[in-house]
Design a protein around this ligand. Structure first.
Ligand code: CP
Length: 319
């Protein structure tokens, strides 16, 4: 998120929403080869970036966790020096730090997209904001409750949403599983500059009065494990169930998926009429097209904030 200016962030969200509304992509990747390297499992992000690359006219080489000589001991730096001489763009998911991604790009020789790292899941946040833009016609001023583990999706969401004026983000995370203190501090600085607000609480009884959206995520984040064998006891009160949603009858429900029904969310909520989680999943593709277009051309297409409005998706116009 730190690599994007406020305007670039806003433009990427607007462009993703425009693709979701049916804007036709230009073949900006024609003649280019995009590599995707996912050392961790992925259904949505990997498919979204592969499909986006093909829809933008590019060609694709897809590496899974067992494909590269990294497995036999070749260094990350040497791997990057080779890949960056052949590929035009790289999309990477690892459970390591972002610095590894930079090495894999040949120290910046080709653009690299963080498709999830240990700390951050920035393209998920772009998708989340694109989904809010599609649903409400704006991101500014929205009130969102994030309930559950303070993972890399939450980090990226906090760093992104607080840059939109008037937004109110409440993070309700189990004790010991919140966002890192430096992330909260950075998000507070962004919020102070934009006129947004962010609070992190560890008590599910302390919830906001009014909300536009409730967001949760799987308790066991991809590529991680928890030291405490009894961690579920701490998480159980933070399940998003119908009782919680009933407190906010106008709020929509988001989930970055994959989901475990009966853990972080009840089936009734995830599969219910106010869930936009699967629209959100689809928006990963539209958002990925916006990201690859920007990486390839340095521009975010015909971003026009007024083009997207509630009801474009044919739903969520019921309030
Ligand atoms: N939300 C998300 O990143 O999904 P995948 O792990 O399936 O890519």
């Amino acid at each position: 998120m730190d690599d994007l200016t406020d305007q670039q962030l806003r433009d990427l969200v607007t462009r993703g929403a425009a693709f979701a509304a049916g804007a036709r992509p230009d073949p900006v990747l024609a003649g280019k080869v995009v590599g995707t390297y996912f050392s961790k499992t992925s259904t949505r992000t990997r498919t979204a970036f592969a499909t986006a690359a093909l829809r933008l006219g590019g060609q694709l080489i897809s590496y899974g966790p067992h494909d590269l000589q990294l497995n036999t001991g070749e260094t990350i730096a040497d791997t990057g020096k080779v890949l960056s001489r052949m590929l035009d763009l790289l999309v990477i998911r690892t459970s390591g730090p972002e610095a590894e991604m930079v090495q894999l790009s040949g120290d910046g020789r080709v653009p690299v997209v963080n498709a999830m790292s240990e700390r951050e899941h920035p393209t998920q946040a772009l998708t989340d904001l694109t989904t809010l833009q599609r649903c409400f016609g704006r991101v500014d001023g929205l009130r969102l409750l994030y309930c559950g583990e303070g993972n890399n999706s939450a980090v990226a969401l906090a760093l992104a949403l607080t840059r939109f004026p008037g937004t109110e983000l409440t993070l309700c995370t189990p004790p010991g599983y919140g966002l890192p203190a430096e992330v909260v501090a950075q998000a507070r600085t962004s919020a102070a500059a934009s006129g947004a607000s962010i609070v992190q609480r560890h008590d599910i009884a302390q919830l906001p009065e009014q909300l536009d959206a409730v967001y949760t995520t799987r308790w066991q984040t991809t590529g991680t494990s928890k030291a405490d064998p009894d961690w579920r006891t701490a998480f159980q009160p933070f399940q998003v169930d119908q009782q919680l949603m009933d407190r906010y009858p106008r709020a929509v429900f988001l989930h970055d998926l994959p989901a475990h029904r009966g853990e972080e969310v009840s089936a009734e909520v995830l599969d219910g009429p106010r869930s936009i989680a699967f629209d959100q999943a689809e928006n990963k593709l539209h958002s990925a097209m916006a990201v690859l277009e920007w990486c390839s051309t340095g521009r975010t297409g015909e971003a026009e904030p007024g083009r997207v409005h509630p009801g474009d998706s044919g739903r969520l116009i019921w309030w």
